[in-house]
Design a binder for this molecule. Structure first.
Ligand code: HEC
Ligand code: HEC
Length: 408
């Protein structure tokens, strides 16, 4: 197919074909066909007072299939041997030269028939930009950029110039090929809009020259970005800063002529930090001990003590267990009990042992993959196996969660 495009392109460049300009065609149509094919009463609902309306065609659909005169109503009707269907139906028929001009124009891709900016871009803008533009376009497909239209998406090019039937963009808007129809969840495109996009592609999918330089580079998902340690900002009141985080906060406050609130009392501080780190309030005795502790590093000692508490893992396993949909019963209408605490305890223990995240992930995925063999003895398989209802739902959910996790 590629060779055919190359041939077309080459032919279009030859002086012979260069003679068939869109203007010539428009002039023939206007003078010979315009009288009947004009305005709201146009014969066969086909406007022939220029090229613009040819894109949509008439009662029988597009009148021109770029590159293919033998399947273009426009050519078939002017060259018909049968006078009962030949156009114009009355008056002087077109000359052989005029017919040839129109045929050549169609066969060289009908240049000028469809203009990307006027005929195609508005369709994409109205129906696709919502998801296929910006820094994180869906499927990594940026339909608002010329470069994006040329490059395609996550699965490669979406347009095959000259071949609409092979273009994935067309499969998607027509809903063929077993993938989700686009626009996703929205109204399908109108038949004439699809026809226009197809004609544009069949005519070689011409795009304006150049690329957009203003385009923001595609943003990586945060999970794939290497963390970079930022510079600690300078502040006016250095005495208020006891660690680098304070400097970040104070710098922002100082921009607005604000400063820190006064330090909390020791009673308040121990309550806050206890709730934060272990999820439990301090006992009155612990409060008293902290208040009475006059050592300069009393607060650091308190924090170390809380971090070493087994309650630390209970407190911080909770957000993870929530995400993993942990529950002691299995939901659904009966909500039966199930044995799930081993997974809960494994997660708590992982936090208390400060298990690195990669190991935490690998062990759970491994346990899930070999769950039949390992049984629940000491394995963390539940993250992926937790589910609310039937086995079938479980396997669907398992796949979905595993996929999310592996791709972050
Ligand atoms: C005297 C009036 C008249 C003139 C002039 C005329 N046509 Fe038509 N044309 C009609 C009528 C009426 C129909 C609808 C009936 C039919 O399809 O045959 C029609 C239908 C058509 C259709 C089919 C449209 C569709 O979508 O079904 C095409 C294509 C067409 N004309 C092309 C031409 C071209 C090209 C010219 C100029 C070379 C032309 N016509 C000149 C009267 C005219
Ligand atoms: C509501 C959001 C939404 C809208 C609107 C939308 N898309 Fe998509 N599109 C997606 C998502 C999500 C994906 C990735 C998943 C997939 O391939 O199905 C996608 C993927 C695609 C792909 C495949 C990209 C690749 O390389 O795999 C094409 C082609 C596509 N869309 C075309 C369009 C076109 C054309 C329009 C407008 C007519 C459109 N989309 C409108 C959400 C949308």
């Amino acid at each position: 197919m590629k060779s055919a495009i190359v041939v077309w392109t080459a032919l279009a460049a030859l002086p012979l074909f260069a003679q068939t300009s869109p203007d010539q065609v428009a002039t023939i149509l206007k003078s010979s066909c315009g009288p009947c094919h004009l305005g709201s009463q146009a014969a066969g609902k086909l406007q022939l007072n220029g090229l613009a309306a040819l894109v949509n065609g008439g009662a029988s659909g597009p009148a021109v299939r770029p590159g293919d005169s033998q399947h273009s109503q426009l050519f078939l009707r002017i060259s018909a041997a049968d006078s009962s269907i030949r156009m114009p139906p009355t008056g002087k028929p077109l000359t052989a030269e005029q017919i040839r001009t129109i045929k050549d124009w169609i066969d060289t891709g009908a240049p000028g028939l469809i203009d990307f900016a006027a005929d195609i871009q508005p369709i994409l803008r109205a129906n696709c930009y919502a998801c296929h533009s910006g820094a994180q376009p869906k499927g990594q497909l940026r339909l608002h950029l010329l470069s994006g239209l040329r490059k395609g998406g996550v699965s490669g090019p979406v347009i095959t110039p000259g071949k609409s039937t092979e273009s994935r963009l067309v499969h998607r808007i027509e809903g063929t090929g077993g993938e989700q129809r686009m626009p996703l969840k929205g109204q399908p495109l109108k038949i004439e809009e699809i026809a226009r996009i197809r004609s544009w592609i069949d005519a070689g999918a011409r795009l304006p020259e150049g690329t957009e330089t203003s385009a923001a580079p595609m943003e990586k998902h945060w999970a794939y970005k290497k963390p970079i340690r930022p510079q600690v900002p300078e502040v006016k009141h250095l005495s208020l800063v006891s660690n680098p985080i304070d400097a970040f906060l104070l710098a922002k406050l100082e921009q607005h002529n604000l400063t820190f609130s006064p330090p909390a009392s020791k009673e308040t501080l121990i309550r806050r930090v206890s709730l934060d780190l272990i999820g439990l309030p301090p006992t009155p005795a612990e409060v008293q001990a902290f208040v009475d502790d006059s050592r300069t590093d009393a607060y650091e000692r308190l924090v170390d003590h809380l971090l070493a508490s087994p309650h630390y893992g209970e407190r911080w396993a909770r957000p993870w267990l929530d995400l993993a949909r942990y529950a002691d019963t299995n939901g659904y209408e009966a909500d039966h009990r199930r044995t799930m605490w081993k997974f809960r305890d494994w997660v708590i223990d992982a936090f208390n042992r400060d298990m690195p995240f990669d190991q935490f992930s690998i062990e759970q995925i491994r346990a899930t993959c070999f769950r039949m063999r390992l049984k629940a003895r000491k394995s963390p398989l539940a993250f992926i196996a937790i589910h609310s209802s039937t086995k079938r739902a479980a396997s669907t959910k398992t796949r979905a969660i595993l996929r999310c996790w592996l791709t972050v």
